[in-house]
Design a protein around this ligand. Structure first.
Ligand SMILES: C[S@@+](CC[C@H](N)C(=O)[O-])C[C@H]1O[C@@H](n2cnc3c(N)ncnc32)[C@H](O)[C@@H]1O
Length: 277
């Protein structure tokens, strides 16, 4: 692999130095091989045969994924990175997809197979990545990678904490979420302004909720959009009957409820909710 010294200030790509880092694509290239190897080791590689890496950049993590007994696909939006990967990872040819992860229909690669997702994710779209994974959960038993530390912590946070929110509840309803380790800015080029954090999501055995899942998402989002209000007030839009609004659970604030209680809440609301609202 070629040496690289990307910087936001470089005017153009340079073959000797690798890919010019582009801020709008969240490009902060990992320069610590040990951390790349450690991230590759966060997946179990069991129960599926394919792995998708989002945003391989110059392939620092890809290299370690290729050592595993798995078929590796990478999806990268940046043409310059794709050209770099194509000339440095010839054996990956055909499995490099020059696409926007958020817009790409992944069934074009994976049909109805199970696969894992991994990456050192672009921080500007990290929550959107998690929401897309939740949508695709039936095919994704495992997901791991690096986020801005604060986002990784938030996803794994438990009820009763300030940073607990929509992402925490929705993720934890379907996945076991573990915060694994913190990574300092100094191991990136160019360094980001904040610490990064690596997490792992392992899909629960029973990841079908015993309630209307669409309604569950709406209830969680509506409750946290007015997180200081009690559920009795924030969930008014569901036109709940008075006797239900007197139920003790509606006197709580959203950060006091674990995902299990959000399921109970949804079950209580379900008979009264106007569908499609
Ligand atoms: C933080 S960098 C990580 C690069 C490399 N994996 C590493 O660790 O050095 C994020 C990568 O995601 C890519 N990227 C940004 N937005 C993307 C998108 N919507 N779809 C696919 N890749 C994207 C960037 O071009 C960049 O290569």
């Amino acid at each position: 692999m070629k040496k690289y010294k990307p910087s936001f200030n470089k005017p153009s790509a340079n073959d000797d130095q690798g890919v010019r880092a582009k801020k709008h694509l969240g490009q902060h290239f990992l320069t610590d091989e040990n951390i790349a190897s450690k991230i590759a080791d966060t997946l179990s590689y069991e129960g599926y045969e394919k792995v998708l890496e989002i945003g391989p950049g110059m392939g620092v993590l890809t290299k370690y994924l290729l050592e595993k007994e798995t078929e590796v696909h990478v999806i990268e939006i940046d043409t310059e990175s794709v050209e770099f990967l194509e000339s440095n990872y010839l054996h990956l040819r055909g499995r490099i997809h020059e696409k926007d992860f958020l817009k790409f229909d992944l069934s074009e690669i994976f049909r109805d197979e199970q696969y894992a997702i991994i990456g050192n994710f672009p921080y500007n779209i990290s929550t959107q990545i998690v929401f897309k994974v939740l949508e695709l959960r039936e095919q994704i038993p495992e997901f791991s990678g690096m986020f801005q530390k604060e986002v990784a912590k938030r996803i794994c946070e438990k009820e009763g904490n300030k940073t607990y929110g929509i992402l925490s509840v929705l993720t934890q309803a379907f996945y076991e979420a573990e915060y694994l380790f913190t990574v300092p800015p100094s191991v990136f080029n160019p360094p980001p302004k904040v610490d990064s954090g690596v997490l792992r999501l392992t899909r629960k055995e029973n990841y079908t909720l015993p309630c209307d899942e669409k309604l569950f998402f709406r209830v969680v989002k509506t409750a946290f959009n007015q997180r200081r209000k009690t559920l009795r007030n924030s969930l008014k839009i569901f036109n709940l009957p008075d006797n239900l609004r007197e139920d003790a659970i509606f006197g709580l604030r959203p950060e006091q409820l674990g995902f299990q209680q959000f399921i109970e809440l949804t079950q209580k609301i379900e008979p009264h909710a106007i569908s499609g609202k």
